[in-house]
Design a protein around this ligand. Structure first.
Ligand code: F6P
Length: 319
């Protein structure tokens, strides 16, 4: 083994740089050469890479985004795309690859192992926290804190004007981010993809709350459940109260990673890189109940909906 590649894929997530740093420095500790793949899967297909010395990852722990950048490679599923990838992999001469990303990246990682015989190990990174095999993925904690901070601010103005605010948060098809934002901010209502909602019931509950003395209402909407614009429209049709909406969007993906994400990224990626160098691949490294755990990269199950239910129920009960 001589050269190990490091790639970030999918949507960026705060803490990816801490993961890149951990991978690069661990590779050098083993006396091997670290190769950073620029621009994710697209860069891998174009053999766009650079050797990364330990010093090249100095001063990046606290930076959001990913210094390696991340681009999709839609041609990966085609014959021509595969031929381009094969040529590039030959040029890069990688003895293994650390893939830092979400489920889409792990599917790419599987293909690399199956069709191109490249040993790959995965590290979960996405703000959606929808990856089975780990309690938390890199970036989730930061995104959660950014959203909570934003909702706290919105609450001040909602309360001053007695308004209803519909706030859309990311999470793709998974409602955990929305449910935990709601619980941490005391939101009155939460819409998640895992639970059906009835806008008439939602409006009736809000009217009841207003009648009991509440002066504002925050509704957290997971992007996978509904669009904030639609919910706002539906409420406007039913209630004679001022309603405003905010889509938090990509704000949740940026900014400095929380200490939690930096530590999580460092622990998981160091372990993953060590394992890859020791000859193990085809797995994702996660943290479950604060212990490092591995799970297969292939045949992955869906994200845990039970934990969303638990968080959603408590947020609804106390909101
Ligand atoms: O998977 C991370 C995520 O931020 C999702 O929460 C969101 O649905 C999606 O990526 C947005 O993707 P894009 O940056 O391509 O618009």
């Amino acid at each position: 083994m001589k050269r190990i590649g490091v790639l970030t894929g999918g949507g960026d997530a705060a803490g990816m740089n801490a993961a890149v740093r951990a991978a690069v420095r661990t590779i050098w500790h083993h006396g091997l050469e670290a190769v950073g793949i620029n621009r994710g899967w697209q860069g891998l297909a174009e053999a766009d890479a650079r050797v990364m010395e330990p010093g090249s990852v100095s001063g990046i722990l606290h930076l959001g985004g990913t210094i390696l950048r991340t681009f999709r490679y839609p041609d990966f599923a085609t014959e021509e795309g595969d031929a381009v990838m094969a040529k590039s992999l030959k040029k890069l001469k990688l003895d293994g690859l650390v893939v830092i990303g979400g489920d889409g990246s792990f599917r790419g990682a599987n293909k690399l192992m199956k069709d191109f015989d490249v040993p790959v190990i995965g590290v979960p990174a996405t703000i959606d926290n929808d990856i089975p095999g780990t309690d938390r993925s890199i970036g989730y904690d930061t995104a959660l804190n950014i959203a909570v901070d934003a909702v706290d601010k919105i609450k001040d103005t909602a309360s001053s004007h007695g308004r209803i605010f519909v706030i859309e948060v990311m999470g793709r098809n998974y409602g955990l981010l929305a449910a935990q934002v709601a619980m941490a901010t005391g939101a009155e209502e939460t819409l998640v993809p895992e639970m059906k909602y009835d806008v008439n019931e939602l409006c009736a509950r809000m009217e009841q709350a207003y009648a009991m003395g509440k002066y504002h209402a925050l509704i957290i909407v997971a992007e996978g459940a509904a669009r904030a614009s639609q919910v706002t429209y539906e409420i406007n049709q039913r209630l004679n109260r001022p309603v405003r909406m905010v889509v938090l969007g990509h704000v949740q993906r940026g900014g400095a990673p929380s200490a939690f994400d930096r530590i999580l990224a460092t622990r998981m990626t160091h372990h993953a890189t060590d394992m890859l160098i020791a000859g193990k691949h085809g797995v994702m490294v996660g943290v479950v109940a604060n212990k490092i755990k591995t799970s297969a990269l292939v045949k992955r199950t869906g994200a845990d909906s039970k934990v969303v239910h638990q968080n959603w129920e408590l947020a609804q009960l106390l909101g």
